[in-house]
Design a protein around this ligand. Structure first.
Ligand code: AMP
Length: 190
């Protein structure tokens, strides 16, 4: 059982790694981006509220994603662990997650920060060709990341929960590095 947050800029490989790790560790891969895209495709009320933000590469309002994650983490398959991909993305989301986990008497085991140089991020996003991977939208997503999401690095570092992994390597190599972090007893900085 493991409760893991995969953290990183858009294009860092969170989704790819979460999918691989989910199979190996037998815990659900929970991607707020995937849930939101499917809500948009199905035109649910969540999808209708989120669509404009996704199209523009802006973060969906905190209250919507916090409600979504509260619902998802309460489901039965999430009681024995999970890998979060793309959540939390703001300090209020991280605080809401901590509160939610306190209420459920659960805790985060690791926050893995996948580090990838910015030029590589842009190349990767342009080559995967998702609908929100056009140049203008990518620029917005990177800006949102730097303004609202990157501060979480210090948030989790201050709580001794962050481990940084080099994400600029072949996919299986990155998976191996992450698995190695999970085997080790938690390393304190310094
Ligand atoms: P992703 O697939 O993680 O790159 O997410 C795609 C898009 O979904 C983002 O650009 C945001 O518009 C939205 N999104 C996903 N997760 C979150 C989140 N935790 N907070 C706000 N917006 C999110």
């Amino acid at each position: 059982m493991v409760r893991l947050i995969l953290f990183g800029a858009p294009g860092a490989g969170k989704g790819t790694q979460a999918a691989a790790l989910s199979g190996q560790l037998q815990v659900p891969h929970i991607s707020t981006g995937d849930i939101l895209r499917s809500a948009v495709a199905n035109q649910t009320s969540l999808g209708l509220q989120a669509q404009n933000y996704l199209d523009r590469g802006q973060l969906v309002p905190d209250d919507l994603v916090i409600a979504l994650i509260r619902e998802r983490l309460s489901q039965s398959d999430a009681q024995t662990g999970w890998i979060l991909d793309g959540f939390p993305r703001t300090i209020p989301q991280a605080e809401a997650l901590n509160q939610l986990l306190r209420d459920m008497a659960q805790q985060i085991d690791r926050v893995i920060n996948l580090e990838v140089p910015e030029l590589v991020l842009v190349d990767r996003m342009l080559s995967r060709g998702r609908q929100d991977d056009t140049e203008a939208v990518i620029r917005n997503r990177l800006q949102e990341y730097h303004q609202k999401t990157a501060p979480l690095i210090n948030f989790y570092r201050d709580r001794d929960q962050l481990i940084t992994v080099n994400g600029n390597a072949e996919v299986p190599e990155v998976t191996t590095s992450i698995l190695r972090c999970l085997e080790q007893p938690h390393r304190l900085p310094g």
